[in-house]
Design a protein around this ligand. Structure first.
Ligand code: CMP
Length: 440
């Protein structure tokens, strides 16, 4: 069975489908616990259907790639290890149709608490960054209606849970005496909304100790959530984090532009994905612009510090002299490529040598299909065209988001001229690479 990529369309809609089923469970189960109704006919089959769907989902989880530091991991063993160590147990527990088991006396009522796992499944889905991104909730897209909808969704679910809790502890129905099920529920949800939003009219008040403690807890959660909201707005208003604010501002401008120009949704998503990546990896800073403003000696120190990671990753640099390293590092220019982008194509004129700091690229023949191999972090490419003064001998395509650094041709050639050991190393590597390609 194949491994689904994170972008897979089927998986995307499958996750949404599971999300909807989990939402149904999170509304239905607390209700069923409070006002048990017999699950016959449609409800019976629907419970079985949910169990089957959750089971299929469990299997699919073993075959779904995941992101590690924004790099897609597709190795089935790593996927299985990660899954077994995270949500696997919760997923297993949520497969069982415990309501039916309890109803038909297969398991004891004491196991009722296990039903919780079934509806807690929504926490798993909604906490997945990828799920949010796929459905248009990018971290900086504060204009997204989806984000707003999602917040309202969570508040509604939480209000439902707290209302059910209020009924369990026999919360007062206010002025209504001897209320029916529906009235009890409506009064309870009214209580929960007014308490969560800290409005608290005081027409439904706690009577027993348990109710009072429960009310206080909900008030604290409500106040916390309210504080969180106010703090967020205050941060934006106060512009306390200029870089973040500028970044958000930039995203908003881009958003407006994309909508104005009616850029297709897929392309809009790719652009927002890119900016998410840039923020996560660089916090929106232009490294080179900052470095340019520094005096040369300091620039050198800072550059070496900033690129120490790259020097550690690239074997050819590890053994190089400090002098050579600083010459290379001072001239490196960072550049990001997105999944599927061609960095260059076979036959192009070569202007740069590239180092891979993060991500993977594929070396392709002219047909764009035949692959000579994959290069990952710590490797470099593009040396043949510069060294031999020929057109590019292969095409290079990014397999993930790639953080690359490039060195321009003049700097590379001057290094070759002044550092014969380095030149010999490159010469040897070129022969090996050419030999490898000929043998394919
Ligand atoms: P260049 O010819 O400038 O552009 C294509 C690059 O792909 C080439 O330089 C090498 O850096 C790289 N390349 C080609 N073949 C291989 C290979 N077999 N292994 C690793 N890198 C390769």
């Amino acid at each position: 069975m194949k491994v689904f990529s994170v972008e897979n369309k089927f998986k995307r809609f499958w996750d949404l489908f599971i999300f909807l089923l989990a939402t149904y469970c999170s509304v239905d189960i607390p209700f069923w616990i409070l006002f048990p109704y017999t699950q016959t006919g449609f409800f019976f089959f629907f419970e079985i259907f949910i169990s089957v769907a959750f089971f299929v989902d469990l299997l699919l989880n073993f075959r779904t790639a995941y992101f590690k530091n924004e790099i897609q991991i597709t190795d089935p063993l790593s996927i299985a290890k990660r899954y077994l160590g995270s949500w696997f147990i919760l997923d297993i527990l949520s497969i069982l149709p415990l309501e039916l088991f309890i109803e038909y006396g297969i398991v004891s009522k004491d196991l009722l608490f296990l039903c919780v796992f079934r509806f807690l499944r929504i926490i798993k889905l909604t906490s997945s960054i990828h799920f949010k991104r796929t459905w248009g909730m990018h971290e900086f897209d504060s204009t997204s209606f989806m984000r707003l909808g999602f917040l309202i969704y969570w508040i509604s679910i939480f209000a439902h849970w707290t209302a059910c809790g209020w009924i369990i502890i026999d919360g007062s129905a206010g002025a209504v005496t001897d209320p029916d099920t529906l009235t009890r529920y409506i009064r309870a949800i009214y209580w929960s909304v007014t308490t969560l939003t800290t409005i608290g009219y005081g027409d439904i008040t706690p009577v027993t100790n348990v109710q009072t403690i429960y009310t206080m807890c909900i008030m604290l959660v409500g106040a916390g959530a309210y504080g969180y909201l106010v703090a967020n707005i205050a941060t934006i208003l106060a512009n306390s984090d200029i870089i973040r604010t500028q970044f958000v501002d930039k995203i908003q401008k881009i958003n407006t532009f994309m909508k104005y120009k009616k850029i297709p949704a897929e392309m809009q998503k790719a652009i927002l994905d890119y900016y998410d990546y840039i923020w996560k990896n660089r916090k929106g800073y232009d490294e080179n612009q900052i470095l340019r403003e520094l005096p040369p000696s300091l620039r050198m120190k800072v550059s070496i510090y900033l690129n120490s990671d790259l020097v550690r990753k690239v074997p050819i640099l590890k053994s190089a002299s400090d002098d050579l390293i600083s010459k290379i590092i001072l001239n490196l220019v960072p550049v990001v490529y997105m999944r599927g982008d061609y960095i260059f194509k076979k036959g192009d004129t070569g202007h740069h040598l590239y180092f891979i700091s993060k991500g993977q690229v594929e070396i392709l023949a002219e047909d764009g299909i035949t692959s000579y191999g994959v290069l990952s972090e710590g490797s470099f490419f593009g040396e043949i065209a510069l060294f031999m003064d020929t057109p590019r001998t292969a095409s290079i395509r990014a397999l993930d988001y790639c953080d690359l650094y490039y060195l321009d041709k003049d700097t590379f050639m001057s290094i070759i001229l002044h550092y014969p050991d380095f030149a010999a190393h490159i010469d040897k590597l070129i022969k090996e690479r050419e030999h490898h390609n000929k043998s394919r």
